[in-house]
Write a protein that binds this ligand. Structure first.
Ligand code: CMP
Length: 132
């Protein structure tokens, strides 16, 4: 996902360009806005964390761009490509180094395992919205 503050700042196109240039193939994509309930569901694993309420409010506060991406070793490569959660720790050349504002407003989300990627893709897309 490209997160609300990055979409609002007009960075979606640049981020999509970088994703494609890094070798990821876009299999599905949509601009959408998550309700509080849907954002809460997406981040349910973080329910007990102190920042959960803030995270849900932020992720439901404006449009996001959701994407399903394909590449060999996609999950690990995408996490490397976007950089550390905290932009202060993100490596040079990563998406978060360039676009993230803080640990919370960190421009993009990437799945942390193949299993969660499948769950998160199904959260955003019907099978008919994913190109073969
Ligand atoms: P993401 O990769 O989407 O997964 C969980 C999100 O929680 C993370 O990116 C951040 O946006 C957010 N997050 C993680 N740690 C903190 C924190 N300490 N304070 C606020 N938000 C956080």
């Amino acid at each position: 996902m490209i997160k609300p503050e990055a979409v609002a700042a007009g960075h979606s196109g640049k981020i999509i360009d970088m994703i494609i240039a890094a070798g990821f193939k876009i299999k599905a994509m949509k601009l959408t806005k998550l309700s509080k309930e849907r954002a809460g569901e997406f981040y349910e694993v973080h329910k007990e964390r102190p920042f959960y309420g803030e995270l849900v409010a932020y992720m439901s506060g404006g449009p996001i761009v959701a994407m399903a991406l394909e590449k060999d070793n996609a999950v690990a490569d995408f996490r490397k490509f976007i950089g550390a959660t905290d932009p202060a720790e993100a490596a040079e050349g990563t998406i978060r180094k360039r676009f993230a504002k803080s640990k919370g407003e960190n421009a993009v989300h990437g799945s942390d395992s193949d299993e969660n990627a499948a769950i998160e893709i199904a959260f955003h897309f019907a099978d008919s919205e994913i190109v073969g």
